[in-house]
Write a protein that binds this ligand. Structure first.
Ligand SMILES: *Cc1c(COP(=O)(O)O)cnc(C)c1O
Length: 412
């Protein structure tokens, strides 16, 4: 656990936290949408353009060698970070969304009419729509695992749905709405018994859980840099080597070919480059490397333990408010990360969010990119707060007071 002094030291690394919003101090509680960036990351971006900028993999000149080396070092850093076997199993993409689209598009040749794909009703739209499109294209069938009122997946549903017809199971590791940590290890094991491949949407995971893709024995794992203190527009697809080698490329062009010819067959590079057509987000990759260092310096288990304390304190305070409805309110905190979604009486979530904004608190409102989950709870939207390592207990107290104030204003 961090002392107040240590938290202040961490906060000092985030210049944006000194901003004032309508003359109130910024209280940033929208970390599940994107986290703020520490000085190390901001400086890394400046440093890249000041000392390194050039294209990778193609030049013989000094700077091109340098950026290539840095980019490939970050690939190795991510390999170690998630405990992958080979660095070639790390494909750079725009982020979680593109990674899922890559798999759903490249796996196309292995899906036929009548095959089945299983997802759950808590998924982010990014882990729903690509599968809907694939199913429509191939005449495959999308099957949905439901949840209990407390937000936990109905594993009995999963056991009922899985069969030899199942080709892919795609589930989020941590729900971006409820913060629930899903039992992905059990799901992966069961799916493999039926020969299905498993993709885990880990967008909410890095810097929250210690990730080991080999222990999970997962086939594909995806996440973005920007939810772990890194830049936007960069993320990865992890895939097992043998599977990635079999998949068809996702996009075509420079960087992903071996030979291009009008007479003979055009041939493609080996992984990872087969899936990285065009100039990559070089800056994003290199800066991400520094965000990973930032996370490692603080320590994932420290971040996790601190955020759990914030979560427990916030649940305790918020649940005491009259008329508040916390969704997926299961107090099994070992299976939750620092996310709370709620509504206040019948008030519209946008109204609540707007008043909190006026008071300096940044929260997310609306369907949270999970309309099927909103339908499950029979609401059109929710208010979501999500914590990061720079949030404080004092901020939670201020949030509590602000919600009371909001109630007073809106219920008049
Ligand atoms: C944020 C998020 C995504 C989408 O990530 P992008 O970085 O926007 O591509 C997908 N799934 C979950 C669970 C998320 O939290």
């Amino acid at each position: 656990m961090f002392s107040e002094k240590e938290i202040q030291k961490i906060r000092n690394q985030f210049p944006i936290l000194k901003e004032r919003i309508y003359s109130n101090p910024l209280i940033y509680m929208d970390n599940a949408a994107t986290t703020q960036k520490p000085l190390k990351v901001i400086q890394s971006s400046k440093n890249y353009y000041s000392t390194m900028n050039s294209n990778v993999h193609r030049g013989v000149h000094y700077l091109s060698h340098k950026t290539t080396l840095y980019v490939e070092n970050v690939r190795k850093k991510i390999q170690k970070f998630i405990h992958a076997k080979h660095s070639s199993e790390i494909i750079f993409t725009k982020g979680t969304t593109e990674s899922i689209n890559l798999v759903a598009s490249s796996i196309d040749a292995f899906i036929k009419e009548g095959d089945e794909i299983i997802i759950s009703c808590i998924e982010h739209h990014s882990n729903i729509v690509p599968w809907q499109v694939l199913c429509k294209k191939k005449g495959a069938i999308l099957k949905i695992i439901s949840i209990y009122k407390n937000g936990f997946l109905k594993l009995t549903d999963f056991e009922f749905l899985i069969s030899e017809k199942t080709k892919i199971v795609s589930i989020s590791h941590i729900s971006n709405v409820l913060g629930i940590i899903n039992p992905v290890q059990d799901i992966i094991k069961k799916a493999h018994e039926y020969g299905a491949l498993v993709l885990i949407d880990g967008a909410q995971v890095p810097s929250n859980l210690d990730l080991n893709v080999q222990n999970l024995n997962v086939d594909f794992y995806v996440f973005s840099a920007h939810k772990m203190y890194g830049p936007t527009g960069i993320g990865i697809l992890y895939g097992k080597q043998k599977i990635l080698e079999k998949l068809y490329p996702y996009q075509f062009g420079g960087g992903m070919i071996k030979n291009v010819s009008f007479d003979k067959k055009t041939t493609y590079s080996d992984i990872p480059f087969k899936f990285e057509a065009g100039t990559p987000n070089i800056e994003g990759i290199i800066v991400w490397g520094d965000a990973i260092d930032f996370v490692k310096e603080i320590g994932i288990s420290n971040i996790q333990a601190y955020k759990k304390k914030l979560l427990m304190y916030a649940v305790k305070r918020l649940s005491s408010i009259d008329g508040i409805q916390l969704y997926g309110d299961d107090r099994n905190f070992s299976k939750k990360s620092g996310i709370i979604s709620f509504n206040l009486y019948e008030l519209h979530c946008f109204d609540v969010g707007s008043i909190l904004d006026r008071l300096g608190i940044a929260v997310r409102t609306g369907h949270l990119c999970a309309q099927p989950l909103m339908n499950f709870f029979k609401v059109s939207g929710m208010i979501r707060i999500s914590f990061s390592v720079y949030n404080t207990f004092k901020e939670i107290d201020y949030l509590f007071e602000s919600i009371l104030k909001t109630k007073k204003i809106l219920l008049k």
